[in-house]
Write a protein that binds this ligand. Structure first.
Ligand code: EPU
Length: 364
């Protein structure tokens, strides 16, 4: 178990923001986590507190315990006066399969997501290829329901094993228990947020490769690479997804960012139809019969923000959904830019954008 007081979180947030936490603890097994939580003598670090979950667009976390993964979805607004936990459970275990065509994997929450994708493809286990190169760790895949190019983590999750941070009770949530929706899960609800540490996630993958190509320019990228969709391998598809992501999304090692900063808004169909009269070229995706998802990147670009900056915070020039740290930005600089963008999108389209990134407040 690694513990350190007054610990810098710079290496733990892809925005590249310098902030410290009161105590940092990294555990390698569930028993280690349970023992640490039981013996923690400073009650102010673990005492249950209400989470004043500010409504969109400021999802602030004020819990005294903050469980982080790869820090790729985190906006630190200042030093964190509490305990930051990180999982180093990094096992990948094959469980008995349900049938000959599938494989079941129980994966530690601390496994880097893209390492899991690579590992599965090397073994001939398919499904995760469209989720290639998403930053972050396995635990967060189950909390955020990460998604890209027509696939979401929830399509593959069978069960999520968790520990209650207050009572150390262990509990297995089935896929249905997790209440998955677009970038949403039980673990993000006001009632459950901050209560559970994800220990392991069990995924069901296929032994047959079924390419999903009808989303986000995959076919165009394959054509550009001279690869025919007939006879396509999973590795070729992964490489195409990696190429698309690298071309559009900034590398956090070069320019700090948290991937998509905003969620794509889902609006009632009438709202979409009224807007479509004014903006016939507006991209959109149907969500069931009554709702439509509109890409936030398109809305932000229409408001003229693409490539622009406000102080040291900026909007990425090739994907307006991504806010970047142009160097030395504080959490507040990013929030100021977020606020300005939200205001303009609200004024021009009447739509409220919601950040996907988690805002973590200074005082616990
Ligand atoms: N668009 C613009 N301007 C922009 C960006 C996008 O007009 O600056 C338009 C595109 O032309 C396209 C549409 O918006 O018509 C959708 O764009 P894209 O396919 O790039 O996807 P997205 O909706 O912007 C979502 C995810 C990404 C994921 C991609 C690909 C969310 C919040 N974001 O972005 O996820 O990689 O789809 O599947 O759902 C992430 O979560 O960090 C992330 C990058």
């Amino acid at each position: 178990m690694k513990t350190e007081e007054n610990y810098s979180l710079l290496a733990h947030n892809t925005f590249g923001i310098e902030a410290r936490c009161r105590l940092f603890a990294e555990y390698e097994t569930p028993d280690e986590l349970a023992a640490f939580l039981r013996q923690e003598s400073d009650p102010s670090l673990l005492a249950p507190r209400s989470l004043p979950l500010a409504p969109c667009p400021l999802p602030l976390t004020h819990s005294p315990v903050l469980h982080i993964g790869g820090g790729s979805n985190l906006l630190l607004l200042g030093d964190y006066d509490g305990l930051v936990l990180h999982s180093a459970i990094r096992s990948i275990e094959e469980l008995p399969a349900e049938d000959d065509g599938t494989v079941m994997l129980r994966v530690g929450a601390g496994v880097v997501w893209d390492d899991l994708v690579t590992y599965t493809l090397e073994h001939g286990w398919y499904g995760l290829e469209n989720l290639s190169l998403i930053p972050g760790e396995v635990g967060a895949s189950a909390v955020q329901n990460i998604g890209a190019y027509g696939a979401e983590a929830k399509d593959f999750i069978v069960a999520v094993e968790c520990m209650n941070l207050q009572t150390q009770e262990r509990r297995v949530f089935t896929n249905a228990d997790c209440q998955y929706a677009y970038r949403q899960s039980l673990f993000k609800t006001p009632e459950e947020r901050g209560r559970w540490a994800v220990l392991y996630v069990t995924y069901r993958l296929s032994r047959t490769f079924t390419p999903r190509l009808d989303y986000g320019g995959i076919r165009a990228e394959l054509e550009r690479q001279g690869i025919s969709p007939d006879g396509l391998t999973a590795l070729q598809l992964r490489n195409a997804i990696v190429a698309i992501r690298r071309a559009k999304l900034p590398d956090p090692k070069v320019e700090g960012n948290a991937g998509s900063f905003f969620m794509n808004p889902v609006v009632p169909r009438e709202v979409y139809e009224a807007l479509a009269l004014r903006y016939p070229d507006m991209p959109h995706y149907d969500v069931g019969l009554h709702e439509v998802k509109i890409p936030a990147g398109w809305l932000i670009e229409q408001c003229g923000w693409k490539g622009r900056s406000l102080g040291p915070a900026g909007v990425h020039a090739r994907q307006a959904l991504v806010l970047v740290n142009r160097g030395g930005a504080t959490g507040q600089d990013i929030v100021n830019l977020c606020d300005a963008i939200c205001r303009d999108v609200r004024e021009q389209f009447g739509i409220q954008l919601c950040p996907e990134a988690n805002f973590v407040g200074g005082k616990g």
